[in-house]
Design a protein around this ligand. Structure first.
Ligand code: NAD
Length: 270
């Protein structure tokens, strides 16, 4: 059995972050739900009422450096040492590059990239004293390939992936592992709001598994990376949980047609 963990999850009150909080609690570990959205935090507080003592709620804006420093200090003092951190707080907007303002670009970098950096840095300062810790950054397939409309979002997530590698190298001697998860399209409130019918059709045609993923499928990878008994030799990696999206080239459906022809037996071939 793995040791009891205490994991801070930013953006933990919705979507992927919320599924990770649920998975952490299901492991018998403890969780800090840190999120900007008070209404979602209140909803979580009601849902997790029965886990009282194992879960703490923090209203946090990851674009506010001072607030992050205060939040991590109070969590460590009042909740106990953090063994893991998941940076899931994120924002996105689909805007063509030529229409993207510097202000929008900065806003997205501020939350997705710099916010994740400051949370990781502050948590790692505490973890180093104990010589152990696991940090996970929720990146995106848009940080790996050039998805249309994602000039700011994709750059922020590409930055997250490189930041993950640098921090993994620097923190390895301190016993702290740093990894990223790059989700493909995942059915969350964010995606329900942003993905148009056309966007959905486009994703479906480029994901080999032909479906959106669930937040729980990201949470499974997160629990694995948090758990030293399962992933102690993994650091600096970006694991794509994307239904095969980043491995795909042309998808014509020909191989599925071939497979069904073969299943029908030799008579059908001739
Ligand atoms: N859903 C997808 O298809 C998908 C794909 C790839 C990557 N991601 C990434 O996964 C992460 C979670 O996305 P989601 O789909 O679950 O979205 P979501 O909107 O359901 O959840 C995001 C949470 O982050 C919180 N948040 C936003 N700005 C914040 C801030 N400044 N400080 C603190 N909290 C803040 C929101 O209140 C919300 O609760 C994001 O980083 C997103 O970029 C999502």
């Amino acid at each position: 059995m793995s040791r009891q963990q205490a994991v801070l999850v930013t953006g933990g009150a919705s979507g992927i972050g919320l599924a990770i909080v649920e998975a952490v609690l299901a492991e018998g570990w403890r969780a800090v739900v840190a999120d900007l959205d008070q209404a979602n935090l209140d909803r979580c507080r009601n849902t997790f009422g029965s886990s009282a003592g194992n879960v703490r709620f923090e209203r946090l804006n990851v674009a506010d450096e001072d607030a992050i420093v205060r939040c991590i200090a109070s969590c460590e003092a009042e909740f106990g040492p953090l063994t893991g951190v998941v940076n899931s707080a994120g924002i996105g907007r689909d805007v063509p590059a030529l229409e993207t303002s510097a202000e929008l670009f900065r806003t997205i970098l501020e939350v997705n990239l710099i916010g994740s950096f400051v949370v990781s840095r502050e948590a790692a300062k505490r973890m180093q004293a104990r010589g152990a810790g696991s940090i996970i950054n929720i990146a995106s397939v848009s940080g790996i390939v050039g998805n249309e409309g994602r000039v700011a979002y994709g750059a922020s997530k590409g930055g997250v992936i490189t930041m993950t590698k640098v921090m993994a190298v620097e923190l390895a001697p301190l016993g702290i592992r740093v990894n990223a998860i790059a989700p493909g399209p995942i059915e969350t409130p964010l995606v329900k709001e942003v993905h148009t019918k056309e966007a959905r059709a486009a994703w479906m045609s480029t994901v080999p598994l032909r479906r959106y993923g669930s937040p729980e499928e990201i949470a499974g990878a997160a629990v694995f990376l948090l758990d030293d008994s399962k992933s102690s030799y993994i650091t600096g990696q970006t694991i794509c949980v994307d239904g095969g999206f980043t491995s795909a080239g042309i998808i014509t459906g020909t191989s599925a047609a071939l497979a069904s022809t073969q299943a029908a037996g030799p008579a059908a071939v001739g």
